[in-house]
Design a protein around this ligand. Sequence first.
Ligand SMILES: Nc1nc2c(ncn2[C@@H]2O[C@H](COP(=O)(O)OP(=O)(O)OP(=O)(O)O)[C@@H](O)[C@H]2O)c(=O)[nH]1
Ligand SMILES: [Mg+2]
Length: 437
Amino acid sequence: MSKPFETEVAKTRTAVLHPDLRRADQRRAPEYALAEAVSLAHALPELEVVGEQVVPVPRPRPGYLFGPGKTDELADWIAAEQIALVIIDGPVTPVQQRNLEKAWKTKILDRTGLILEIFADRAQTREGVLQVDLAALSYQKTRLVRSWTHLERQRGGLGFVGGPGETQIEADRRALDERINQIRRALEKVVKTRGLHRQARAKVPYPIVALVGYTNAGKSTLFNRLTGADVMAKDMLFATLDPTMRQVELPSGQTVILSDTVGFISDLPTQLVAAFRATLEEVLDADLILHVRDIAHPDSAVQAQDVRDILESLGVAEERRNAMIEVWNKVDLLDEDGLSAAERAADRHARHLAISATTGRNLPELLNEIDAALRDPVSTEVVDLPLSAGEAAAWLHARKLVKSSDVSDLRLQLTVEWSRKQKAQFYKLHRDIIAVS
Ligand SMILES: Nc1nc2c(ncn2[C@@H]2O[C@H](COP(=O)(O)OP(=O)(O)OP(=O)(O)O)[C@@H](O)[C@H]2O)c(=O)[nH]1
Ligand SMILES: [Mg+2]
């Protein structure tokens, strides 16, 4: 017999708006940005997306973001669709948020708020929870509109409606600072304990191989496939939050520790990056980084650039970023032409592989590549050549080893990044030219 009172909890009717600010520097097409924002909304189980729109914003209005006509038009739509929450995929000032909430009689969440909500929903470990709380409180401090919904939720209820008023916030300000300091101290303690674990692990002479990449690229799927583990892999943004490590044996017999971790996304809130720094640093300390990409995604190149930017902002040295293995995942989703194009392109670059974590295509090759990369690390050096050594320089350029070049005193100085093997090959092939110089 069915139990009428135990049916699913009513979901919050949600609209997702992507304001198209038409900035000259915008990297991704608005439709893809909207699709990603909708995926983010789907990542919160209590939301039901009932509408989505790209809204052109030729001139952002300080008080409302959208123009007067557009604001009214959206108000009618929101009322007709009985929308209770509007997600605005972009930055919304506290004033805009307050005004729009009044005009539309809904709750509003901006992109940062949404991502923080998802992280709060995912956090499992004590460290994860503390990191998200720290990020949310730091963000709240910059806004002073009202308390964070996920913090309200801890006090019961979904938290999207209501929240303390402004005077309350003012009164809470000192409490906020105190709480932030408390969390910082608690985090330091957890990080220190983990540091001890890390030292213990450092005694185990296994190199660490870290998977990084845009959210939903397939890191956990690849991790499971390579380790036989059972980490949650889902078509859901930010399925993974806490890092997981597992031992894997490579074809050479070398044992490595593979590490799966949180995915990246464009405009990752700075507060989150700061809060997760300790977790990420451990991973980024790895002996080798695998950059996993969804090569079948229409925005794959932009996503890859976002990942590289975030790695750079986390302080991963250029040399290490260049030494990453690029794993072009999901080739099973490409058509025949796409597949052969991807495989040919991957072949042209050192340390690039086109794979499918689902079908297992090229996974043995990937393991071999990891083996080789760990045996043959990349280093940066300056090669000094006479101008007559054009052929030697061309050899380096053809292999994309040259990072910058300079000419002085009729000599060519090339800054190259290469493995020991490439270096040995270069000097063997061009010994004559270099010898006469
Ligand atoms: N077709 C296809 N789908 C894949 C492949 N690899 C992963 N997927 C799917 O892509 C989705 C995301 O995979 P995950 O492994 O959870 O991705 P992730 O990079 O760990 O994502 P986050 O933890 O959110 O950062 C899942 O639905 C997977 O089944 C692949 O090679 N081919
Ligand atoms: Mg994952």
